[in-house]
Write a protein that binds this ligand. Structure first.
Ligand code: 5RP
Length: 258
C-alpha cells in the first residue's frame, strides 16, 4: 500500500484499539429526509466527539458540516436510485474522484447489489472506482446492499458479496451482521465493518449486534439508525464505543444508557 493510501486508511481506525465506530448519515441519498435525520447538522453535532469517521454525501457535507471538523469522512459516491423508484439496485457512481479529492475525503463508498438485475452494473462501477481511487491513494468502502430484501442477509449470501467486493479491490467492506458471521469475516481478505440496519426494538439489541460482530471478527461498525434514531443517541454512541473499542459486555455497556 502506498503511503497516502495507508495514511488515509489508518485515520479511519482508532489508534489504540485498531477498530472503528463510523457514523453513517448517508441515508438521504435514496431515502430523503429519514426520521431523525431531517436536520443533519442538529443530529450529528452532539455525536461527532464520539465518532471515528462520518459516512455521508457531498451535499450534506457541504451544507451541514463545519469545514473545521477534524474527523475523517467517507464520501458516498454511488447513487442515482430512490426508495420510490423502480429499482433500488439501479445505482452508479454519481460523485467524481476529483470531487472526493477536492473535499478531502479519507475514503469513498459505493454500494453493490449482488444477485439483482443491476449486479453487473454495480460491480463494474466498483472496479472503475477502485481503478481511479488507486491512482490517488483513496481507500474504497464497498457496501453489500440488499435494498428492501432484508431477508437476504444470511452468511452464505453475505460471504459471497464480501468476497466479491474484496476481489474487485475494495479496501474495506460494509455488510450486515448475521448468524455464522465468522464465516463472512474469515472468507473476506479485507476488513469488514457492520451496518446496524433498520432500528432494532431496543438499544440493548443494537449493542448485542455490535458485540457479536466484534467477537466474530468485525473491525468495527458503520452504524446509523440504531444510533441517531435512539432517544438516547449520545449515550448510545458512547455505549457502542465501549463495546467496539474496549470489549465491554452488553450488560456493562447498557449501564451507559441513562
Ligand atoms: C445502506 C447504507 C446506509 O445508508 C447506511 O450506511 C446504513 O446504516 P444503518 O443501516 O446502520 O442505518 O450504506 O446501504
Amino acid at each position: 500500500m502506498d503511503w497516502g493510501m495507508k495514511n488515509r486508511f489508518s485515520r479511519l481506525f482508532d489508534r489504540e484499539s485498531g477498530r472503528a465506530v463510523w457514523l453513517a448519515i448517508d441515508h438521504g441519498y435514496f431515502l430523503g429526509p429519514v426520521s431523525k435525520l431531517e436536520n443533519p447538522t442538529r443530529t450529528i453535532k452532539p455525536l461527532l466527539p464520539f465518532t471515528d469517521a462520518l459516512m455521508l454525501t457531498r451535499g450534506v457535507l457541504r451544507n451541514c458540516v463545519d469545514a473545521g471538523m477534524d474527523i475523517p469522512f467517507i464520501l458516498r459516491v454511488s447513487g442515482g436510485n430512490s426508495i420510490v423508484g423502480p429499482a433500488l439496485s439501479n445505482e452508479d457512481i454519481q460523485t467524481s474522484m476529483e470531487e472526493a479529492i477536492r473535499l478531502n475525503a479519507s475514503a469513498v463508498a459505493i454500494s453493490i447489489y449482488i444477485g439483482t438485475e443491476h449486479e453487473h452494473q454495480t460491480l463494474l462501477a466498483l472496479g472503475k472506482l477502485v481503478d481511479e481511487a488507486q491512482r490517488y491513494g483513496i481507500p474504497v468502502l464497498a457496501v453489500t446492499a440488499v435494498g428492501k430484501e432484508l431477508e437476504k442477509r444470511d452468511a452464505r449470501y453475505l460471504s459471497l458479496c464480501c468476497r466479491i467486493a474484496a476481489e474487485l479491490g475494495a479496501s474495506v467492506v460494509k455488510t450486515y451482521y448475521c448468524d455464522n458471521f465468522e464465516k463472512v469475516v474469515k472468507s473476506c481478505p479485507v476488513p469488514v465493518v457492520v451496518a446496524g440496519g433498520p432500528k432494532l426494538d431496543t438499544e440493548l439489541d443494537a449493542l448485542k449486534l455490535a458485540y457479536d460482530a466484534i467477537k466474530d471478527g468485525a473491525k468495527g461498525v458503520d452504524m446509523g439508525r440504531n444510533i441517531w434514531q435512539s432517544p438516547k443517541a449520545v449515550d448510545m454512541i458512547k455505549a457502542i464505543r465501549s463495546v467496539v473499542h474496549n470489549g465491554v459486555s452488553v450488560k456493562e455497556a447498557g449501564k451507559l444508557l441513562k
